[in-house]
Write a protein that binds this ligand. Structure first.
Ligand code: AHR
Length: 512
């Protein structure tokens, strides 16, 4: 068995671990809204219908930003259908998910939910079937203080203060032929640029996300980004990226290496954005908004859609995630952190029921899926400066990505508390010994080794009957001796190693 090596030094700083990397996504899709975050009459619901158990789990998950209201849904959505007296809201056909949308939940309910959850709202505007005017109207309703028709309408609906939404997506996945209002890169780029310009006139404090490709396999990938940014670069702050990794074919070695693909995807989008910056002589560099990412058993979607006619809030892609999927999600978070210098926002898709860390039964309980755990622990402990770790690792062969490292890691150092969190994934099917060199951070002791190991029971999932079958467990913390320590990472595992300085050596302590 070969030993891997890791060197952690504060000199190898990548950038601050932006809290916006721990975002999520609430789309009007399946039971994410209806029966997920919102269910009037549920035993835990408040008078507005917000489910208290789901709110509690969203807080525990540590979500910081939530994108709303779609996704594919937004490309046919009329935002004004979802505001005002409940009895006046129209029932509509949602073409994206072949669903009846009741509009019982809309912008004002979402903003109330976001405030209760303590998250930053991130709104998407419809650039599929709509355009500049409707986007500006929505922004005026949300962010203008008052004294205009739409801002006063918001006040009439009970929100005296503007919502102050800072993050806005200019549409969703408009490169995809499945998208209602699908466009060419030039068509979308022009519309996005004009919408961005007008929206920044309404509220110059906002940040805007232009749509990148729906995924890296799109035939137009990279040329889409280049063309869109040629039109929009000066008006936007982020270019989006979306990716889902599908374990349906049972190729475990490949799915465990998904983060290798995400890593290359980020590098490609950064290169494309920087190419446009160079060509147009911009000094300002764009960041990526990775506003949809997750594991998704995509082969199941069509069956869900074929199974029914027009109904309200059907169960759609309610994937039960395995222990292996949790390791993959933990590794995708490691990748996002490692690119903290160029990824400024990231949203796991979605929050409740639809490929989600939180599952519910309508009228029943809510529970944590396996993927909940690496997310919650990363959001909690990845505070401070992200450090490059450059692991030296054995490799293994995969069908999808060729030869890949067994070990993937990132470290985050909190300069204020002196604490260090090391996130590590062992993708291999055997335990992996790792030697850590921490001499660059003298005086640290290990305080915990938390692991979520999938090796023993890779297909285990959490269910309503067994909600805690897949959970992290504690292993003995390793001993640091002379700035070095050795750990053993269980087969197919996600790990969090926490280190802290002795009290006398904490930053600011006398004599430290
Ligand atoms: O998250 C599910 C769907 O996946 C979103 O609506 C869409 O943007 C993506 O293709």
């Amino acid at each position: 068995m070969r030993t891997a090596q890791l060197t952690i030094d504060p000199a190898f700083a990548i950038g601050p671990a932006d809290r916006r990397l721990f975002g999520s996504f609430v789309e009007h899709m399946g039971r994410c809204v209806y029966g997920g975050v919102y269910e009037p009459g549920h035993p835990t619901a408040d008078p507005l219908g917000l489910r208290g158990d789901v709110l509690g789990l969203a807080r525990e998950l540590g979500v910081t930003v939530v994108r709303y209201p779609g996704g594919n849904f937004v490309s046919g959505y009329r935002w004004e259908d979802g505001v005002g007296p409940a009895g006046d809201r129209p029932r509509r056909l949602d073409l994206a998910w072949k669903t009846i949308e009741t509009n019982a939940f809309g912008l004002d309910e979402f903003m109330t939910w976001a405030a209760a959850a303590g998250v930053e709202p991130m709104m998407a505007v419809n650039l599929g079937t709509r355009g500049v005017q409707e986007a500006c109207d929505l922004l005026e309703y949300a962010n203008h203080p008052g004294g205009t028709r739409l801002s006063d309408l918001r006040r009439k609906h009970g929100a005296e203060q503007p919502y102050g939404v800072r993050l806005w997506c200019l549409g969703n996945e408009l490169d995809g032929p499945w998208q209602v209002g699908h466009k060419t890169a030039d068509e979308y780029g022009r519309l996005a640029a004009e919408t961005a310009r007008a929206m920044k006139l309404v509220d110059p404090s906002i940040s805007l996300v232009a749509c990148g490709s729906s995924n890296r396999e799109m035939p137009t990938f990279a040329s889409w980004e280049a063309t869109v940014l040629e039109h929009t670069y000066e008006h936007v702050d982020y270019i989006s990226a979306h990716t889902y990794y599908d374990p349906s074919d049972g190729d475990r070695a490949s799915i465990l290496a998904s983060a290798v693909d995400m890593d290359n995807f980020i590098t490609d989008v950064v290169a494309t954005a920087d190419h446009v910056a160079a060509k147009q002589r911009h000094r300002r560099r764009l960041k990526i908004s990775f506003d949809e990412w997750n594991v998704w058993y995509q082969s199941r979607l069509q069956a869900d859609l074929d199974r029914r006619g027009w109904v309200e809030a059907p169960a759609l892609i309610e994937d039960g995630f395995t222990a292996v999927d949790a390791v993959v999600v933990g590794d995708l978070l490691i990748t996002l952190l490692r690119h903290a210098d160029r990824v400024g926002v990231a949203c796991q898709a979605q929050l409740a029921n639809v490929i989600a860390p939180i599952r519910t039964r309508t009228g029943g309980p809510a529970w944590r899926q396996s993927i909940f755990h690496p997310f919650a622990l990363t959001a909690r402990y990845a505070r401070g400066t992200v450090l490059r770790t450059e692991p030296v690792s054995p490799t293994y062969e995969t069908k999808r990505y060729g030869d890949v490292p067994v070990l993937d890691t990132v470290a985050v150092h909190d300069g204020e508390s002196g604490e260090l969190a090391v996130f590590a994934v062992n993708r291999g099917s055997a335990d992996l010994p790792v030697d850590l060199d921490l001499r660059g951070l003298p005086g640290l002791s290990a305080v915990a080794h938390t692991t979520l190991a999938a090796g023993d029971d890779p297909t285990a999932t959490n269910t309503e009957a067994e909600p805690d079958r897949v959970t992290p467990r504690e292993l003995p913390a390793p001993t640091v001796d002379g700035g070095r320590c050795s750990v053993r990472l269980p087969a197919v595992s996600w790990n969090l190693l926490r280190f802290a300085p002795a009290p006398a050596q904490r930053p600011g302590a006398a004599g430290a």
